[in-house]
Design a protein around this ligand. Structure first.
Ligand code: IYR
Length: 220
């Protein structure tokens, strides 16, 4: 069967002055430096339109063969959030007390986390990214992990940019999300994001990010 090649259109590209480029690069860096993972949420409602924008932004991510191997589920219904919290905490309790090896527990100990996940009920929205190993056309997807990782990165940046906070949450294993949310067999829960405003007085750990020199080598 002959496969059609995409027709081509001229690239829409914004040509910027060098000074403007540096300004914009610096502004984005400064904004992203202010991003923090937040575990204490306010129950203040967030309009659905903002969540739509964040998910649409995630959907602009590049993906293997442009297969867009993701599906997002956005939840604000209280009963569903409670059901998710209950199931997540059951798995997390098992993980913290039995499944996570000593070295792993030691690695996350400075974060002070435990199996309790109240934010799953308090945050006005839970957004779950599901990774699709096959498309709705039943054909295989490629670079699913990479594509979904990038999409989730865009999502996190969008949430931050609009003045909300989120947490990259991966209760493990996440099979309960597929069951509770009734997702098809070709989808696997990839990441769970509580999204909302921070709780009044929310705190975050004092963390340092690697300076540029520590995260890059140059061959010029
Ligand atoms: N998923 C668990 C444990 C956990 C694991 C890592 I790696 C972290 O950076 C933080 C927590 C939890 O959410 O508590």
């Amino acid at each position: 069967m002959a496969v059609e090649v995409y027709p081509q259109v001229p690239l829409v590209h914004e040509e910027l002055e060098p000074g403007v480029m540096l300004d914009r690069a610096g502004n984005l860096l400064a904004a992203m430096q202010r991003r923090r993972s937040v575990r204490e949420f306010s129950d203040q409602p967030v309009p659905r339109e903002l969540i739509e924008h964040a998910i649409a932004t995630a959907g602009t991510a590049p993906s293997g063969a442009h297969r867009e191997p993701w599906h997002f589920v956005a939840i604000s219904r209280a009963e569903l959030k409670s059901e998710i919290r209950k199931a997540a905490e059951a798995e997390e309790k098992e993980s913290y007390t039995r499944r996570m090896p000593e070295a792993w527990l030691k690695a996350i100990a400075p974060l002070g986390t435990d199996w309790r996940k109240p934010f799953l009920e308090i945050a006005p929205w839970l957004v779950v990214c599901f990774a699709k190993n096959t498309g709705d056309d039943r054909l295989k997807n490629y670079y699913v992990q990479e594509s979904c990782g990038i999409a989730c990165g865009f999502f996190i940046a969008a949430v931050h940019h609009m003045g909300l906070v989120t947490l990259t949450h991966t209760p493990s294993p996440m099979g309960f999300l597929q069951r509770i949310l009734g997702r098809p067999r070709n989808e696997r829960a990839y990441m769970l994001f509580p999204v909302g405003y921070p709780a009044p007085g929310a705190t975050v750990p004092v963390l340092e990010r690697k300076p540029l020199e520590a995260l890059v080598s140059w061959h010029e």
